[in-house]
Design a protein around this ligand. Sequence first.
Ligand code: HEM
Length: 117
Amino acid sequence: MELLRDVVVLLHIVGFAVTFGAWVTAAVSRELRFTRTMDYGLVLSLVTGLALAAPWPAGIELNYPKIGLKLVLLVALGAVLGIGSARQRRTGQAVPRPLFVAAGVLSVTAAAVAVLW
Ligand code: HEM
């Protein structure tokens, strides 16, 4: 059970790596576009995060305010990616810079909360 939890934590971190890695790739190539890779990473973070939010194996203590804040940040990131992707599809243009920056900041903020809180 404990090993299984560790594997889910690993997948949870992989989800972050996929989202943020895709964002950095776009930023470095100066293509301010949101990609499906970012969405996939976000879904992986969300599904694994929700699985980890249940107290298993029995007896572990969880920091629910911290988990709740990460959920809020992840939902906000989902909204930013959703709004940006929809605009991108409609206009064919890159997303507005502030929206692109917001996605990276939200992603890193969630990781900072996870590690520093
Ligand atoms: C982009 C968003 C997120 C990032 C970058 C992130 C990052 C991380 C990282 C690096 C860890 C391992 C370090 C630790 O144990 O604290 C972790 C653990 C965890 N995360 Fe997230 N997370 C995110 C979103 C979420 C969401 C939405 C939930 C639940 C709704 C969640 C629930 C958890 C739980 C329960 C743990 C394990 C804590 C433990 O077992 O002590 N995370 N997260």
